[in-house]
Design a protein around this ligand. Structure first.
Ligand code: F6P
Length: 524
């Protein structure tokens, strides 16, 4: 069954939220904290090794109650239920959306087109485990009998960003293999990677759900040609594997049948790292760590499916984001992980969120009269404090921000970690509470800088009242990373449901592809 079709702006709760916004829009976080001594704990949700503190948002309990009312009015529970049970919620492409099945630990069958998909998932996982063990242990040999030392993932979009982000994020857990990623059609990208590898010891993983993507096929062919300069056609089976739904095209490319990993149409590209698209992850950190990533995501799935909305981390994050997007008129959101390991998280989430919810047509096929998908951007702390945070603190735009921090570091170095986390909390405090004219005045006076009072005072004022979420996690490991990614997947899903759009197609990327082909034909 398809998703329901409810224009959120016609609901009673939306009307109530509009009236409520007029009352609360000028309230300062300082006041909100002053009036409620328990605000921080009242607006904190704990789940396993995750804590979401959303108290530094421009909300009151009434805001949350009304947003939850909105979620109920647009029947979010029904949408969640349909998504997990394999209904064709991707209506425009007539597909189920079941990346959650890839990591499900329950034994309940999941039926797609009359077939239980669980055994196929299990088979593919076994195949991933098998090749991972063979390559990592050195049993898998290249065409001259040497062990594999390097893995090159050739793919783009969902077939690149997810695996790359996770491989970077889990660097601490990496084994002896070196992993490279080739994505751009820019020939200099593939050339730079080729410079670093040896055909005798490299395994190429071609990842393309459709196996028609111009970038991936061009790069794969270039690499194949380069490989065949030193190796023979029948050596391809020792060095090339492929992940796709398009088995015919893979065979045509010359990949050995035993090196083919199946993908399914019920997995969207940008949600596919949990499938064999994540093969380079498993190769890089070992199958057990890949499994732990899946398990973490599955735990977040259960939290999302079974927790009431006012205690549900992805639901609360989504509703607060709707609040800023549709009532405050914020256009962008920042994602600010305080971990260098997560430096690829934002580009990954940009595809997940913006390809999903960047839609201007609702489920009736009519143009929406309200804002949908937010622009997401960001970078890692503390580097970004010395780059764009000036604008977030003192600029003219309201930018709700997600701060992501870890209680423990991986290598120890507790002095560093203490400083890192002090920055994490300080930034959110500065954004929320700012520094008044009076405080600046006092400060300058106290520091014997009286002459600066006349010249610098207004420039040193921080208005504050700038919102943030603190997502604090015990430690970065495969399990918690799985949870974090799944948290954002569910957040964007909830937003698409509220906005009454179809989050799982991506027709917006097609016109550019069509015109590129026309230009190529013209060039001859
Ligand atoms: O062009 C957009 C897109 O279709 C993404 O949704 C997808 O992740 C990417 O291209 C790559 O597609 P494929 O895996 O089929 O090569």
């Amino acid at each position: 069954m398809a998703l329901q079709n409810i224009n959120p702006t016609t609901t009673n709760s939306w009307k109530k939220l509009t009236a409520h916004f007029e009352k609360i829009k000028t309230e300062h976080l300082k006041e909100l904290f002053k009036n409620d001594r328990h605000r921080a704990s009242n607006f904190t949700i704990g789940f396993d090794d995750f804590t979401l503190d959303y108290s530094k948002n421009r909300i009151s309990q009434e805001t949350i109650d009304l947003l939850v009312e909105l979620a109920n009015e647009i029947n979010l529970q029904d949408a969640i239920q349909k998504s997990f049970s394999g209904d064709q919620i991707n209506k425009t492409e007539k597909r189920a959306v079941l990346h959650t099945a890839l990591r499900s630990t329950s034994s309940t069958p999941i039926i797609v087109n009359g077939i239980n998909i669980k055994p196929e998932i299990e088979n593919t996982l076994q195949q991933i485990e098998h090749i991972t063990d063979a390559v990592v242990s050195g049993k898998w040999k290249g065409y001259t009998g040497k062990e594999i030392t390097d893995v090159v993932n050739i793919g783009i979009g969902g077939s690149d960003l997810g695996p790359q982000m996770v491989v970077e994020a889990l660097q601490f857990y990496k084994n002896r293999l070196t992993t490279h990623f080739v994505s751009n059609i820019d020939g200099d990208h593939v050339s730079e990677v080729i410079k670093k590898i040896d055909p005798e010891t490299t395994l190429f993983v071609i990842v393309s759900k459709t196996f028609t993507t111009q970038e991936t096929l061009t790069n794969a062919n270039t690499i194949k040609e380069w490989f065949l300069k030193s190796a023979a056609e029948n050596d391809i089976s020792k060095h090339f594997v492929a992940v796709s739904t398009n088995l015919e095209a893979i065979t045509e490319f010359g990949i050995d049948k035993k090196n083919v990993f199946t993908m399914w149409n019920w997995v969207g590209g940008r949600f596919s790292l949990w499938s064999a698209v994540g093969l380079s992850i498993s190769l890089s950190v070992g199958f057990q760590n890949f499994k732990a990533l899946l398990e973490g995501a599955s735990e977040m799935d259960t939290h999302f499916k079974e927790t009431e909305f006012n205690q549900n981390i992805p639901v609360i994050l989504a509703l607060i984001s709707v609040w800023y997007n549709n009532f405050f008129g914020c256009e962008t959101e920042a994602i600010l992980p305080y971990s260098q390991y997560l430096h690829k998280l934002t580009p990954y989430l940009q595809q997940a969120i913006m390809e999903s919810n960047g839609k201007n047509v609702d489920r009736n096929g009519e143009e929406v009269t309200y804002q949908t998908g937010t622009i997401v951007w960001g970078s890692t702390g503390t580097n970004m404090q010395h780059a764009f945070m000036q604008l977030v603190h003192q600029g003219t735009k309201l930018i709700p921000s997600d701060f992501i921090g870890f209680k423990e570091s991986l290598y120890g170095l507790t002095e560093h970690h203490k400083k890192l986390m002090a920055n994490y909390y300080a930034q959110m405090e500065a954004l929320a509470f700012g520094k008044t004219k009076e405080e600046v005045h006092l400060d300058l006076k106290f520091n014997n800088k009286k002459e600066e009072i006349a010249t610098l005072l207004p420039f040193k004022v921080f208005q504050g009242n700038r919102p943030s979420n603190a997502i604090t996690i015990k430690k970065l490991n495969p399990n918690s990373l799985g949870k974090l990614i799944a948290m954002y997947e569910h957040k964007l899903f909830v937003q698409g449901v509220v906005w009454n759009i179809y989050s799982f197609d991506q027709f917006g990327v097609e016109l550019g592809k069509e015109l590129t082909n026309k230009h190529l034909k013209k060039q001859g």
